[in-house]
Write a protein that binds this ligand. Sequence first.
Ligand SMILES: [Cu+2]
Ligand SMILES: [Zn+2]
Length: 193
Amino acid sequence: MMNQRLRRAIPASPIVGSIVALTALACGPRMDDRAVPDGGDSRSPARAVAVLHPTEDQAASGRVTFTPVDGGIRVEADLEGLSPGPHGIHVHEYGDCSAPDGAAAGGHFNPEGVPHAGPDSPVRHVGDLGNLAADSAGAAHFERVDSEIALAGPHSIVGRAVIIHAGADDLTSQPSGAAGPRVACGVIGVAGP
Ligand SMILES: [Cu+2]
Ligand SMILES: [Zn+2]
């Protein structure tokens, strides 16, 4: 309205025309608000979190956080309700924990299409985080700085799922380390401050 009135009042002024054009630019979408061409999001959240719930007939639950640090993403997991010993921990492809056995989360997150391996192997699934160790009470704390996973771009784990397995990941068997059934599942989302 205001712009139209200005144009009518001073129809020949190039200065007003420039101001109108600049105002339109300033009010339009900013570059960093636009989605990147691959449909992802160029902005990295400050932190991501997954709250893990037990699959059917299981008791494992906990929380995993993902925080950007020098050298990668710090992964910190705290679980309880596990059987004592090692348990495979992976990021799986889909953020879907709806199936009773956790199967809807799909296979390991593997955007590069490479074989399964251990977390320190130079070639591995992005989702291959190895094993965490539960104590005699069934509690586990896991911590690792990982250089493959990311919170933005093609290796982004946001919107996917963390799965904990009944057994150990042997870090070699294909396609998923023979870690056994899925005992806990949690969707990875953007964490609050
Ligand atoms: Cu897994
Ligand atoms: Zn894998």
